[in-house]
Write a protein that binds this ligand. Structure first.
Ligand code: ADP
Length: 174
């Protein structure tokens, strides 16, 4: 399973599955979540609403992942995951790692060969970028045995120079 850095706007990324840094409501938000819904169109939100009415009445807990259509995006699926809000005094690293693990499991279950990730929790949720990138890269690397039979490539999609530098450093340290 190859780990690649593909900087830019994840809504334009060509991958079978694109991961959304959603919030628990699944009903849209700012940052990458807003961009995915805007560019993907109303089909994604319609499916999120159906999920809320059926399997997820309480919303999606942090660290878990669920797939929907990708609407008009180049991807086939959007995998929504909810990152933890960064907190100075509580270590939520395992929840952040779980976002990557669970998203990759969902992707493999769907048969996705390429999966694109934004820097989950590193925007509105406040996680320091360097640490968020390290957790992302290390966690995906550790999943190769489990999902690598299906997922050929994980694309990290840093948005901006700081994020790109953090992901390049994390990959170099593997
Ligand atoms: P969270 O609430 O999990 O912190 P955000 O969407 O606020 O999620 O931010 C996560 C990361 O996604 C941030 O680094 C942000 O700069 C980045 N981001 C925002 N828009 C896009 C986009 N269109 N493509 C890729 N990454 C994006």
């Amino acid at each position: 399973m190859q780990l690649t850095i593909a900087p830019g706007d994840i809504t334009a990324t060509h991958a079978d599955a694109v991961v959304n840094a959603a919030n628990s409501t699944l009903l849209g938000g700012g940052g990458v979540d807003g961009a995915i819904h805007r560019r993907g169109g109303p089909e994604i939100l319609a499916e999120c609403r159906r999920l809320r009415e059926t399997d997820l009445p309480e919303g999606l807990p942090a660290g878990q992942a669920v797939a929907t259509t990708a609407g008009r995006l180049p991807a086939r699926w959007v995998i929504h995951t909810v990152g933890p809000v960064w907190a100075k005094t509580i270590d939520k690293s395992d929840t952040l790692a779980s976002c990557y693990r669970e998203s990759l499991k969902v992707a493999a279950g769907l048969g996705a060969r390429t999966v694109a990730f934004p820097a989950i929790s590193a925007g509105i949720y406040g996680w320091p970028m360097e640490d968020a990138a390290r957790i992302a890269v290390e966690t995906c690397h550790a999943m190769a045995d489990e999902v690598g039979g299906t997922v050929d490539e994980v694309l990290f999609v840093p948005y901006g120079d700081t994020a790109e530098a953090a992901f390049r450093a994390a990959l170099a340290h593997l």
